[in-house]
Design a protein around this ligand. Structure first.
Ligand SMILES: Cc1cc2nc3c(=O)[nH]c(=O)nc-3n(C[C@H](O)[C@H](O)[C@H](O)COP(=O)(O)O)c2cc1C
Length: 200
């Protein structure tokens, strides 16, 4: 049985949902998973992990600074163990080049070049935003040409099938016989296909 650590940063909660969903998939396959909200938890990776997934969301072009701190502090372990980065943003839903740019910036900032990167669409939870944030996000989304402007509802862009698929592939790498797990060191980026919604 493998033990996987899922360390995440989340401001409005969608990356937290994704991290918990990843943990559920891992447990459903008979393995152990622990999620850690990096805003509140210890900043050192606990011993005894077989794999680590770091998940972070993008705000104003950047992933959470405290996730970058965690990565810098634990870079040696992230490079030694099977590991992956999950990047959550609106850009991942239809503007993949921008989403890849955020990841490139994160890699530059942390010095960590994850062998596996997944880009997942996040959410536009208008009903959770305060007035100013709601107007700001509506304007940004409108400027991108999206029709998702009804601020009385939330829009969710995460493709859960894509998250499950990514998790199962990650598990397969972790549990592969020695020498077949981490691959060749080349980076693979998973971009689940777009779904209706944020579709500029
Ligand atoms: C103030 C603010 C700024 C944002 N900036 C960006 C951005 O620069 N690029 C982007 O693709 N998404 C941006 N987003 C969208 C978030 O990445 C998306 O809502 C994501 O689901 C947030 O994840 P979280 O709920 O885990 O914090 C922004 C959202 C907010 C509220």
């Amino acid at each position: 049985m493998a033990t996987i650590y899922i360390a995440y940063g989340s401001v409005e909660g969608q990356t937290a949902h994704i991290a918990e969903y990843i943990a559920d998939v891992i447990r459903a396959h008979g393995h152990q998973a622990e999620t850690a909200d990096l805003k509140h938890s210890a900043d050192t990776l606990p011993d005894g992990q077989d794999g680590v997934i770091v998940a972070a969301s993008v705000h104003v072009g950047k992933h959470e600074g405290f996730v970058a701190d965690f990565v810098r502090r634990n870079r040696g372990d992230l490079e030694r163990l099977p590991s992956a980065l999950v990047s959550v943003s609106l850009a991942a839903h239809g503007h993949e080049a921008d989403a890849e740019g955020y990841v490139a910036k994160f890699e530059e900032e942390t010095g960590w070049h994850p062998a596996h990167v997944a880009l997942f669409g996040g959410a536009l939870p208008y009903t959770q935003y305060n007035f100013l944030k709601r107007q700001l996000m509506k304007k940004i989304v409108k400027d991108k040409g999206s029709q998702d402007l009804d601020t009385s509802r939330d829009y969710i862009y995460t493709e859960w099938d894509g998250v499950r698929h990514f998790t199962e592939e990650f598990l397969a790498r972790v549990t592969a016989p020695a020498g077949q797990g981490q691959g060749t060191g080349t980076t693979s980026t998973e971009v689940p296909g777009s779904s209706p919604g944020f579709n500029p």
